[in-house]
Design a protein around this ligand. Structure first.
Ligand code: SAH
Ligand code: SF4
Ligand code: F3S
Length: 444
């Protein structure tokens, strides 16, 4: 049996694609190995969103070629593969196949061809429409948490972003299929599903969904309600696109306890001038109103975000507005990025005029403010009891286990490994950098 090692960079769409690749390979007689040096084939699922992410591919291929005793065949998957196509053969030595984001469904056939000695395989073709999770033993990143893609691609074309080019146009998957697979997952022991997509709330299926009323104004909130009705214990969803984020999504969360109290709503900037130049489609004011509505929910919804610093033309004044908006929103977590010009995007033609040291300074300032906010947000959990889905042994302490709350906080506590897969009550006693710590609460 040939062994395949699969390495994944990038967002949850890539994680989800890798799961499908692993499932398809396992079904077709390959063994997925966790030991990279034993592999006959190494597949690297790549990300192109920032230059650093793309650079990882180059570093990894170099390492595999130079330090592995057994020289595996190397396949490049994902966003870099889709964008670069066969030019990658010239850019990096030692690649045997290039498989774009649209071709992952054909992976085992491609690997067969590579193993038969065929050279220079490039497949960037059409993405197959069907998601087939009906196989008896799907390979997942967790036995209890499942990623369910509901919409693929992106039509938004934010001026800095490569994703619309690497993932193509938005395609929503049929609601009936989504519901069917979630019911199946629930039967097989999945406790938490994450509805995923670049912009889940732009969900708009074109074909008959099998459910009434899906052509209304905001099909996503209806999908949320339908998923809640499957009875799966927890439903999370990300990412939400601010322009398409309407109050009915919050209303659905308010009404269904299994819809988790967490919204990821990337703001990118707090300056209207920069937001316009980014073509985000929201203003500071419209975004604030959405934050206000979320904060007014009795569910105590946590809000996380993405922010870019140093976008072309960003002045100190623009950056100050970002700081102010971050403070106003009081994010539970913010992923901060320095602007990275991506060839082929509209912003690539704008002057990347914020000096690297200024980007670094703004990054640090925002990070400092955000850390303070985050601590404040975490502190309010002290003394509270949270429902924790226990997912794995804690990384640093063998007697501890780790999981997530519905509001998507990492929670660690002392407990036996037998608890993995259960939802238990944990009383929070401490905050630790990015996570919460507590003790099992047997009284609740
Ligand atoms: N679909 C999501 C996020 C996609 S990419 C959304 O619309 O928000 C994840 C994050 O990477 C983005 O939110 C953005 O903050 C960041 N990002 C994307 N392109 C970038 C670039 N060229 N430079 C720096 N950060 C970038
Ligand atoms: Fe990129 Fe914007 Fe699409 Fe998000 S919405 S993936 S940032 S183009
Ligand atoms: Fe990266 Fe592609 Fe996701 S560029 S962020 S892996 S869609």
């Amino acid at each position: 049996m040939k062994k395949v090692y699969l390495e994944t960079f990038g967002c949850q769409m890539n994680v989800s694609d890798s799961e499908r690749v692993a499932t398809s390979l396992a079904k077709n007689g390959f063994e997925i190995t966790p030991v990279e040096t034993e592999a006959d084939v190494v597949l690297i699922n790549t990300c192109s969103v920032r230059e650093k992410a793309e650079q990882k591919l180059y570093t990894r291929v170099g390492e595999i070629r130079n330090s592995f005793e057994k020289k595996p065949l190397v396949g490049v998957l994902g966003c870099v593969a889709q964008l670069e196509g066969e030019t990658l053969f010239d850019k990096i030595e030692g690649i045997d196949a290039i498989v774009g984001t649209k071709a992952v469904g054909r992976i085992s056939h491609i690997i067969d061809r590579v193993l038969d000695g065929e050279d220079g395989i490039v497949d960037l073709g059409e993405r197959e429409k069907e998601y087939d999770w009906t196989v008896s033993d799907p390979q997942r990143h967790s036995p209890f948490v499942a990623f369910v893609p509901i919409i693929e691609g992106c039509n938004k074309f934010c001026t800095y972003c490569i994703v619309p080019f690497s993932r193509g146009r938005e395609v929503s998957l049929p609601a009936s299929e989504i519901i069917r697979s979630i019911l199946e997952m629930r039967r097989s022991g999945i406790k938490e599903v994450h509805l995923i997509g670049q912009n889940v709330n732009s969900y708009r299926p074109t074909t008959d969904s099998g459910l009434e009323g899906f052509h209304g104004k905001t099909p996503f909130s209806r999908l949320l309600r339908a998923v809640a009705a499957t009875g799966v214990e927890r439903v999370k969803f990300n990412t939400s696109f601010p322009r398409d984020f309407r109050s009915d999504i919050v209303d659905a969360i308010n009404e269904h306890e299994n819809l988790c109290n967490w919204v990821h709503l990337p703001v990118q900037s707090g300056s209207d001038r920069i937001l316009r130049s980014m073509k985000r489609g929201h203003t500071v004011e419209s975004y604030r109103r959405k934050i206000d509505y979320i904060r007014a929910s009795p569910r105590d919804i946590s809000i996380t975000t993405d922010i870019i610093v140093g976008f072309p033309g960003e002045t100190d004044a623009d950056f100050d507005e970002t700081m102010r908006l971050a403070e106003y929103a009081g994010y539970d977590q913010a992923y901060i990025f320095k602007y990275s010009p991506r060839p082929g995007t509209p912003a690539f033609d704008m002057a990347d005029d914020v000096a690297p040291e200024v980007k670094t300074r703004r990054f640090r300032e925002l990070e400092t403010v955000q850390r303070r906010t985050q601590n404040r947000r975490l502190e309010r959990y002290i003394g509270r009891v949270l429902d924790v889905l226990v997912e794995r042994p804690a990384t640093r302490h063998s007697e501890q286990v780790s999981g997530h709350s519905p509001c998507h906080k990492v929670v660690n506590f002392a407990g036996p490994r037998e608890m993995i897969g259960q939802i238990v009550k944990v009383r929070i006693s401490e905050i630790r950098s990015n996570s919460l710590f507590g003790t099992l609460d047997r009284t609740a």
